[in-house]
Design a protein around this ligand. Structure first.
Ligand SMILES: Cc1ncc(COP(=O)(O)O)c(C=O)c1O
Length: 505
């Protein structure tokens, strides 16, 4: 007879799990949690304005208490004080900083069910019809870009991971088809130091980061000049490819962006695609931000050429009002998933390759993976397409409103005409020549508004100087909300000027 330590025999005390006999308790718990969330959603500020020091002290005070086995009420009270009261709320009209969106209720229901059942989608025997649901959502996304029948895809953790997969495939495909090298099997080859990837100088940083992670290095990424609307210039791309070839380097891929992070600009896909194909390069479209706008009347035409892409990134957690994570990586030719596929005896043995069901793990770089497709499923089943299109088009309209309102004031320099739902601009102290001081006032405005909980706006750099950025992702926001934020900016700008007693010439 095996003797277990006494505490392991107390099966009747195992009462914390969600199972056949705990559903009422679970429902009560969720109801109480919802009651605590309600005031967060109703708060009149996007943030409490608590300082870093205050929050660190709260954490320290909790960690010094010898508490365990708290009741739900106690745990909720604790987390209210530490987190809920200070969480940043993305649905608040004064939050217009980063690519975070308010979320749709159907999406939350889907996410909740996926978490509660804890489905893992890597193999059929863990997911059954969840696999079919993910596949249908992928098919829907492939259709959005008019990808061919051979296309396929997989859900990922986000744009960074999707771009990673695009670059991995580009690298391995080039090595295999042009150099006869199987990188998956044999690892790096000397020619890899000559691989070159082209993207605009406004492309997302993940292109460089992924190049480093994939053993190509930052130096493998050649940034191509953009025009005055921050779109990649096809002529500059041609010239950059020519120059790299002349140096003996090997152009393997072009990464075009459909909606750059700062400016929302769309690279000209048709021209870039033609250049990539002419040079037998992989053509990837980073549509992490702009991809969902393929649905719209305002931006649909900008995706002409996407049907010929080798791979595409699209983030539903940026612009389809989904909770994080919800993102997909699509390929024009499903055969290319061979660069990431692996068969493990215990999970997806090679014998299952021809089975009547799919093991999604063969398309993913993750093993255990959440059922993130369910929230998109609920969204597409419950929210009609016309409403989604309306929400997206409204975001663009808000950016145009913001542009007009900023122009009306005489203290802003606008960096671009908004193509998507961001507006980049700079507060200018009248006639002040010192660019450094102009940078300072912009940072002062951003930080003061955030720290006081009045508004969250972003900052970025353009030509070495600090600019402010609105990222409009809340269809419920109004022109008046934006006007209110602009007034706050003007007020803080004047305050800075008075505090510093700035003399302008
Ligand atoms: C154009 C673009 N690509 C990729 C990413 C990375 O996406 P994620 O944050 O989901 O990894 C971003 C994020 O802002 C982006 O704007």
């Amino acid at each position: 007879m095996i003797l277990y330590p006494a505490h392991l025999n107390m099966t009747n005390q195992i009462h914390d799990f969600f199972n056949e006999s705990s559903q009422e308790v679970f429902a009560q718990n969720i109801q109480k949690a919802l009651e605590e969330i309600a005031p967060v959603m109703e708060r009149d500020k996007f943030y409490s304005g608590a300082s870093v020091q205050e929050l660190k002290q709260k954490m320290q005070a909790i960690m010094h208490q010898e508490a365990e086995g708290l009741s739900l009420e106690e745990a909720l009270r604790e987390i209210k004080d530490l987190y809920l009261d200070h969480a940043i709320t993305f649905h608040h009209p004064t939050y217009i900083a980063h690519l975070n969106c308010p979320v749709l209720i159907p999406a939350l229901v889907g996410d909740f069910i996926a978490s509660t059942l804890n489905t893992a989608v890597e193999t059929w025997d863990q997911s059954t019809s969840a696999t079919l649901i993910e596949q249908e959502m992928i098919n829907w996304a492939c259709d959005l870009f008019r990808l061919p029948k051979s296309s396929d895809g997989v859900f990922t953790s986000g744009g960074t991971q999707s771009n990673f997969m695009g670059l991995l495939m580009a690298r391995d495909h080039y090595a295999y088809t042009q150099l006869g090298a199987n990188l998956k099997q044999s690892g790096a080859i000397p020619e890899m130091s000559k691989f070159r990837v082209f993207c605009s100088d406004k492309a997302h940083f993940s292109v460089k980061k992924n190049a480093a992670l994939l053993g190509l290095g930052y130096d493998a990424v050649v940034t191509v000049a953009t025009d005055n609307q921050f779109k990649m210039q096809p002529k500059a791309l041609e010239e950059a490819i020519r120059q790299e070839k002349q140096k003996g380097n090997l152009p393997i891929a072009v990464f075009a962006t459909a909606g750059t992070t700062d400016f929302g600009s769309f690279d000209p896909l048709v021209e870039i695609c033609a250049i990539a194909k002419a040079h037998e390069m992989w053509f990837h479209i980073d549509g992490a931000y702009g991809g969902c706008f393929a649905m719209t009347n305002t931006h649909g035409h900008l995706f002409e050429g996407s049907q010929y892409a080798d791979s595409i990134t699209i983030d539903f957690h940026k612009t389809l009002f989904q909770p994080v994570c919800s993102s997909a990586f699509l390929v024009g030719d499903q055969q290319n998933f061979r660069y990431v596929s692996h068969y493990a005896d215990y999970l997806n043995p090679i014998e299952t390759k021809e089975a009547e069901y799919q093991n999604l793990i063969t398309k993913s770089i993750q093993t255990t993976r959440r059922f993130d497709a369910l929230k998109l499923w609920f969204t597409l089943r419950m929210v009609d397409e016309a409403s989604l299109i309306y929400y997206l088009e409204r975001l663009h309209r808000l950016a145009l409103n913001a542009y007009e309102l900023l122009l009306k004031e005489n203290c802003f320099e606008l960096a671009h005409f908004p193509e998507l739902s961001t507006v980049v601009f700079r507060y200018r102290l009248p006639h002040l020549r010192d660019d450094h001081q102009q940078d300072e006032v912009n940072l002062y405005i951003k930080n003061t508004l955030f720290n006081s909980g009045q508004a969250s706006i972003a900052s970025t750099r353009l030509n070495g100087r600090i600019y402010l950025k609105f990222t409009l992702l809340n269809p419920k926001s109004t022109k008046e909300d934006i006007q209110h934020i602009i007034q706050l900016i003007v007020k803080e700008g004047k305050q800075y000027q008075a505090e510093k007693q700035l003399v302008t010439v």
